[in-house]
Design a binder for this molecule. Structure first.
Ligand code: SF4
Length: 242
């Protein structure tokens, strides 16, 4: 009887061919090129697929006290995202900085204040009745990289499946990729940001506009880049809210 039970457990754990195909397609879409399998795999060895119809709260629960990548080592908080769960527009940045790590919220430091101004002022000038609270804001990685370094490809891949699930749950009308890391994560693009910004691209059928990260606009006092970023937001807002 015990042997029969063991066998039926093994059968239950074995993935069907369709499940394996679905699994590999999911990770291929995230840009993951290799999936390693342990010698004696069980389903719990593999990260779960995005369930259909899940909520942001369920995704946050699934993240838990995540230690799936090395960025967990020095973080204080997991910065999941904030804003309207039914937003028509989602902004995706790179990762939390010191202020965000301390408060557990995205874009609350100086770059965040600039982003808030850009959203609120563009909307006001263009006569679009929204503010920052109406959009959703999150990052490619949910934990602060030490010394604000750029997240490494394996960290972006590991954390990227939470971003994928957030975007699939919200299903916005458009996404704004802030800076080169978000652009790489969403579009797998190796081109420079100055060439890519201001043009419409697509992520799983959802239009994506790439623009400068607000911290770049703060660092480089570059009037032209600022002007271009405002132009990008204007185009984006009219597309989403007109
Ligand atoms: S960055 Fe993402 S995958 Fe890495 S520990 Fe934090 S939540 Fe987990």
């Amino acid at each position: 009887l015990a042997a029969d039970e063991d066998e039926s457990e093994t059968l239950k754990r074995r993935m069907t061919r369709e499940q394996v195909v679905e699994y590999l397609e999911f990770y291929r879409d995230l840009g993951v090129d290799f999936v390693y399998r342990r010698a004696a795999p069980t389903q719990s060895d593999l990260p779960p697929l995005a369930p259909v119809g899940e909520t942001l709260d369920q995704i946050r629960l699934d993240i838990g006290d995540c230690k799936r990548c090395r960025l967990s080592e020095a973080r204080n908080s997991i910065v999941f995202g904030s804003g309207n769960e039914h937003a028509r527009l989602v902004f995706v940045g790179e990762g939390p900085g010191a202020d965000e790590d301390e408060q557990g919220l995205p874009f609350v430091g100086r770059a965040g204040q600039l982003l808030t101004q850009m959203i609120d002022n563009t909307a006001a000038k263009e006569g679009i009745p929204i503010s920052r609270a109406d959009v959703y804001i999150c990052n490619v990685v949910k934990c602060r990289p030490p010394e604000n370094r750029t997240p490494q490809p394996d960290e972006m891949q590991t954390c990227g499946h939470f971003l994928y699930r957030q975007l699939m749950t919200i299903k916005p009308k458009a996404i704004c990729a802030l800076g080169a890391t978000a652009m790489k994560a969403l579009l797998n693009s190796k081109e420079g940001i100055t060439r890519q910004r201001g043009q419409w691209q697509k992520w799983h059928g959802i239009p994506v506009m790439v623009t400068y990260h607000p911290s770049y606009l703060l660092r480089q006092y570059n009037q032209q880049a600022r002007r271009e970023a405002w132009e990008d937001l204007k185009t984006l807002f009219h597309f989403v809210y007109d």
